[in-house]
Design a protein around this ligand. Structure first.
Ligand code: HEC
Length: 144
C-alpha cells in the first residue's frame, strides 16, 4: 500500500510538467515567425479585445484555437465542409491542426470521407516543423 502511494506520487510529479505542455510540442518563438504567413488572412485577438496579431479577416480569428470545435467561431462565414467536420466532432489539437494546414481541402475530404469536400482556405503549410511551431505559438498566446 505504502509503496503504491509513493509510486503514484512519483508518477504524478513526473507527469505533471509533461501534461502541462502536452498539447504543444513545437517552438513557440519560431512559430511566431511562421505566423507571418497566416496573418494576411488571420488575426489573433483575445476575448477581451487585446490584439496579439493584427491580421486579415479572410480567415477566422485563431486566438484560443486549442480545443475549439472546427468551423465554430461565431460571426465567421465558414465553408460547409469545415462546419460539417466540427459537427461530426472535430476539435483542434496539434495532430489535427498539423494535418489540416498541410492541405486543408485534402484533410476535409479524408475527415468527412467525401471527395467533394471543399475548403475556403487555399493556403498550404507544407513543412511539418513549421506547423508544430506555429501551433505552439497559437497555444502560447493563451485561451479566453
Ligand atoms: C489566403 C488566406 C489564408 C491564409 C494565408 C491562411 N488561412 Fe487559414 N483559413 C483561411 C480561411 C478562408 C479559412 C476558413 C476555411 C473554411 O471555411 O473552409 C481558414 C481556416 C483556418 C483554420 C480553421 C479554424 C477554425 O475556426 O476551425 C485554421 C486552423 C487555419 N486556417 C490555420 C491557418 C494557419 C496556421 C495559417 C498560416 C500558416 C493559415 N491558416 C493561413 C484562410 C487563410
Amino acid at each position: 500500500m505504502k509503496l503504491m502511494s509513493i509510486l503514484t506520487l512519483g508518477l504524478g510529479l513526473a507527469a505533471g510538467p509533461l501534461l502541462a505542455d502536452g498539447h504543444a510540442s513545437g517552438d513557440a518563438e519560431a512559430g511566431e515567425k511562421v505566423f507571418k504567413k497566416c496573418k494576411a488572412c488571420h488575426m489573433m485577438v483575445a476575448g477581451d479585445g487585446t490584439v496579439i496579431v493584427k491580421g486579415g479577416k479572410t480567415g477566422p480569428n485563431l486566438f484560443g484555437l486549442n480545443e475549439r470545435v472546427a468551423g465554430s467561431l461565431e460571426g465567421f462565414k465558414y465553408g460547409k465542409s469545415i462546419v460539417a467536420a466540427g459537427e461530426a466532432g472535430l476539435a483542434w489539437n496539434e495532430a489535427e491542426f498539423v494535418d489540416y494546414v498541410a492541405d486543408p481541402k485534402d484533410f476535409l475530404k479524408r475527415t468527412l470521407d467525401d471527395k467533394k469536400a471543399k475548403s475556403k482556405m487555399s493556403f498550404k503549410l507544407k513543412k511539418e516543423k513549421d506547423a508544430t511551431n506555429v501551433w505552439a505559438y497559437i497555444v502560447s498566446a493563451g485561451t479566453e
